[in-house]
Design a protein around this ligand. Structure first.
Ligand SMILES: Nc1ncnc2c1ncn2[C@@H]1O[C@H](COP(=O)(O)OP(=O)(O)OP(=O)(O)O)[C@@H](O)[C@H]1O
Ligand SMILES: O=C(CO)[C@H](O)[C@H](O)COP(=O)(O)O
Length: 333
């Protein structure tokens, strides 16, 4: 960072371990640029190290294992344009390493288990997202990563999920009531009794009345639309693709939903879908498709996860630009 940013924009990315936060952050890099965006992993605010957690039986998901006072003070300092000495939690040793210097930046992303948990930290967020994986998909992704890539057994994977469940339900999941947007990842409705979990139904839930965030929709704002795109314009192998857009509710509050169930074969053909989407905060025709095409190798690029993550990224960029403009107008006044 060469000069002190005029307005630091703080973004919260919440979700359980292994729910796709890193993949989402890599997509955000395309929109803000690595140089202007600093990511803070909230695991660094664990106040109990691995040994202490084992001795006390308190999990990392439990607020008692995390220092929210320090988290609040440091995120606030960064937002005020001050540098901090941030602790570091070392996942290899399970211990806290000596702290490191973090300078303010144009965008500070706090990601991890609890970015929306503490009321004070939540109040500092300019935009928040909760990544909400259904149990079926969480198990499938964990099996894929931890068995295929890390040598764990199926019993290990299931045990890890079950042992986290009570604290996940008590402390992590409730954050989705406060997030500005939620990406829900569910089993497909297009295949009866699907057990493979390769085809996904992905929903972007946009809570109504969030200042400065206009919901993305298909065709006509406020209408309930169910759309099966033309098979010659969008190549999709079995089981095809189905989109939905319309008003809905989220935990008893009004919301607007954009849903994509299924997958597509050719990323470049997404421009056909993009053409029928409104309020996606692109700067030029085809930008959404271009962003998708940048990383065909990222997981979820050929289904709703990639597409809806990019739409959320575009909304974050719009919020960033709005807040910068507002702060410049304030200075000029
Ligand atoms: N859209 C997707 N489609 C299919 N699999 C996915 C998708 N996103 C993530 N995954 C799977 O989930 C794994 C975890 O993803 P990622 O590293 O992005 O999550 P994370 O929340 O950052 O995890 P952690 O907090 O444990 O580091 C990936 O290795 C991949 O196997
Ligand atoms: O949920 C987690 C991170 O998102 C980890 O389980 C938590 O940080 C504890 O770390 P470790 O497994 O290294 O003891």
């Amino acid at each position: 960072m060469s000069s002190k940013p005029k307005r630091v924009v703080v973004i919260g990315v919440a979700g359980d371990s292994g729910c796709g936060k890193s993949t989402f952050l890599r997509r955000l890099n395309d929109l803000f640029g690595e140089e202007f965006m600093t990511v803070i992993c909230l695991d660094d605010y664990h106040s109990l190290d691995r040994k202490q957690r084992k001795e006390t039986g308190i999990t990392a998901l439990d607020p008692r294992a995390n220092n929210f006072d320090l988290m609040y003070e440091q995120v606030k300092a960064l937002k005020e344009g001050k540098s901090i000495m941030k602790p570091i939690y070392n996942h290899e040793t399970g211990l806290l390493d000596p702290p490191e210097l973090v300078e303010p930046n144009k965008v500070i992303v706090i990601e991890g288990l609890h970015p929306i948990y503490d009321e004070r930290v939540r109040g500092l967020l300019d935009f928040s997202i909760y990544l909400d994986l259904s149990d079926e998909v969480k198990i499938a992704w964990k099996i894929q990563r931890d068995m295929a890539e890390r040598g764990h057994t199926l019993a290990d994977v299931m045990q890890a999920i079950e042992s986290r469940r009570p604290d996940f339900e008590a402390y992590i999941d409730p954050q989705k009531a406060h997030a500005d947007v939620i990406i829900q990842i569910l089993p497909t409705n297009l295949i009866a009794n699907d057990t493979e979990r390769k085809v996904l139904r992905v929903r972007l839930v946009q809570r109504s009345g969030v200042e400065g965030i206009e919901p993305a929709y298909l065709f006509d704002e406020g209408s309930t639309i169910s759309w099966i795109p033309c098979g010659t314009k969008l190549t999709c192998s079995y089981p095809g693709i189905k989109l939905f857009s319309g008003p809905d509710s989220w935990l008893g509050q009004p919301a607007s939903v954009l849903e994509i169930d299924g997958q597509f074969d050719r990323l470049e053909e997404m421009v056909y879908i993009e053409n029928h989407l409104s309020c996606i905060n692109t700067k030029f025709y085809g930008e959404l498709t271009q962003l998708l095409l940048k990383h065909p190798d990222y997981p979820g690029s050929n289904n709703g996860t990639g597409l809806l993550q990019i739409i959320v990224g575009l909304k974050m960029r719009a919020t960033f630009e709005r807040l910068i403009k507002e702060s410049e107008q304030l200075v000029a006044a």
